[in-house]
Design a protein. Structure first.
Length: 516
């Protein structure tokens, strides 16, 4: 079936959250077309990854009284309840004017997925490269020996996710100033010898990223007479001669040649992509590079909001035009006007019993949720021409670096929106913690001790996300371990009782209560 280009009406509603767009009219689509449109929907994946966390459970999550359903799973009793917002809130942090009952019905709040060892400050836990951590403690140094690709890159290079690359300009959009979030093999197209795991360079230039996902200078159309230079062909003869005939070539140099040719091949593929979007789609023009480098930026939450809403507009444009279907964003902004050392003076003091610093970090996270996360969710909840919305066919995720106190790998919050084309059941608050366990891990840097209960494995959540995007466990599971990643089975000393064999055995499954 020929894909219809996104209209200006669709884009404006998506980019601005407008509510004036006409509804989808099934009578105008014949049965054959309607069935074809829904047979193999294009799935989209977005994940916002924010540092710190440390939000106390009664501020981060809905009331425990809403957990009305329970079941026995992996040797513990787990619970779920319906997400029922009141005045735009399901918890103090998860509060937004746009959080209507209809949108809450498309979301999930997940509590109790754990990294079962000390991971400290990290950016690698979000998407599955546990080696990207601060190196503190024996566990941190141990895991740095096991780098793995992140789930966004597994999706981006999987034919199960991208069964057709004809319109795709960017397999995955990575928004990361450092970079330290997204990782992949040096030659991901080589399934037998893909090379070492390397960081994927991201961008903080929203207009630049907009131009990359279209053909040239922010235009949505290509010159049909333009001839793309056959980049690979120009060097292929030299490559073949060096690769196959030169006996002095070392194994590492062969890898370098193969990696170079793979990058050239991907570049040529992208150069030859022709998008089908309407030229009326307006470019994203906010000069985000200049804004980030301004003197007041670090303590100006209004600019933080402006930056990520600009990137949200790029993501919406890419999804509507099908020039990319994946975006991951590493947010290092604090969304706060606090002047000082956020890490030491706020994050590491947020557990103080007086709650003063906790209020600062909680308010910052509430702003992230409302102005960043819900901004994209509402922009994607627009008719895609099949009777569904782009949000319905997406999985939009927000994860934090820590659980209920800074450095805690237990219970890192997961907020999701979208059913991934009907794969996931939505509208739930789920709690996987084993609160009946006699083994309670008490933690807290100063004063306010918090009871930390063990949950299910973070690897099971990552596997759930991969399966929701169309991958099969056989595509990513290794060494007989369920979920992702599985280089080794490891539990921090003293926590063995928290993560018994039944928990590891369940990790290959979609998280309970979530499978539609």
């Amino acid at each position: 079936m020929k894909t219809r280009p996104a209209t200006r009406r669709q884009f404006l509603r998506g980019a601005g959250g407008f509510t004036l767009a006409l509804p989808f009219l099934p009578s105008l689509v014949d049965d054959k077309t309607a069935k074809a449109a829904s047979a193999n929907p294009k799935r989209h994946f977005v994940q916002y990854c924010t540092p710190h966390g440390g939000i106390w459970g009664n501020f981060m999550y809905p009331d425990a009284a809403t957990l009305t359903d329970s079941m026995s799973y992996a040797g513990r009793t787990i619970k779920r309840g319906a997400l029922t917002p009141k005045s735009g809130a399901v918890s103090p942090v998860l509060t937004a004017s746009a959080l209507s009952p209809s949108l809450a019905a498309k979301m999930n709040v997940i509590r109790g997925c754990d990294v079962p060892w000390y991971i400290g400050h990290h950016s690698g836990g979000h998407l599955g490269n546990f080696a990207r951590n601060d190196g503190n403690g024996n566990e941190g140094k141990y895991w740095q020996a096991y780098p793995t690709p992140t789930i966004d890159q597994l999706m981006a290079w999987s034919p199960r996710f991208y069964d057709d690359l004809s319109t795709i300009k960017q397999r995955a959009m990575v928004v990361d100033a450092r970079p330290m979030l997204s990782f992949n093999y040096s030659n991901p197209s080589n399934t037998t010898d893909p090379g070492p795991v390397q960081v994927v360079t991201g961008t903080y230039d929203a207009p630049g990223l907009f131009k990359q996902i279209f053909v040239a200078s922010g235009s949505a159309t290509a010159d049909p007479n333009a001839m793309m230079v056959p980049v690979v062909d120009r060097v292929n003869a030299d490559y073949q001669r060096l690769r196959n005939a030169n006996t002095r070539l070392s194994t590492n140099d062969r890898h370098r040649l193969d990696d170079h040719m793979q990058r050239l091949s991907e570049l040529q593929r992208r150069l030859n992509v022709r998008t089908s979007c309407s030229p009326s789609i307006p470019p994203v023009t906010t000069d985000t590079v200049k804004m980030v480098n301004s003197g007041s930026y670090s303590v100006d939450p209004t600019q933080h909001v402006k930056l990520f809403q600009a990137f949200n507009d790029v993501i919406v444009a890419a999804f509507l035009c099908d020039t990319s279907r994946i975006a991951v964003l590493h947010i290092t902004e604090d969304f706060s006007s606090f002047v000082g050392d956020w890490h030491e003076d706020v994050a590491h003091q947020a557990n103080n019993p007086d709650g003063v610093k906790h209020q600062i970090i909680m308010s910052a996270h509430q702003m992230m949720f409302e102005k960043m996360y819900m901004d994209l969710v509402t922009k994607l909840d627009v008719d895609d021409g099949t009777g569904k919305t782009y949000l319905d066919n997406s999985l939009v995720v927000w994860t934090q670096e820590s659980g209920e106190y800074t450095h805690a790998g237990q219970g890192m919050p997961i907020i999701t929106a979208g059913s991934a084309a009907g794969f996931l059941k939505t509208g739930s608050y789920v709690d996987y913690r084993n609160i009946s366990s006699d083994f309670i891990y008490e933690a807290g840097e100063v004063g306010n001790k918090i009871n930390i209960y063990s949950g299910l494995l973070w690897q099971q959540w990552l596997g759930t996300a991969l399966q929701a995007m169309g991958l099969k466990p056989a595509d990513y599971e290794k060494n007989g371990l369920g979920g992702y990643p599985g280089p080794v089975k490891y539990i921090q000393k003293g926590k063995e009782k928290l993560y018994p064999d039944a928990v590891w055995a369940a990790a290959t499954e979609v998280l309970p209560f979530l499978k539609a």
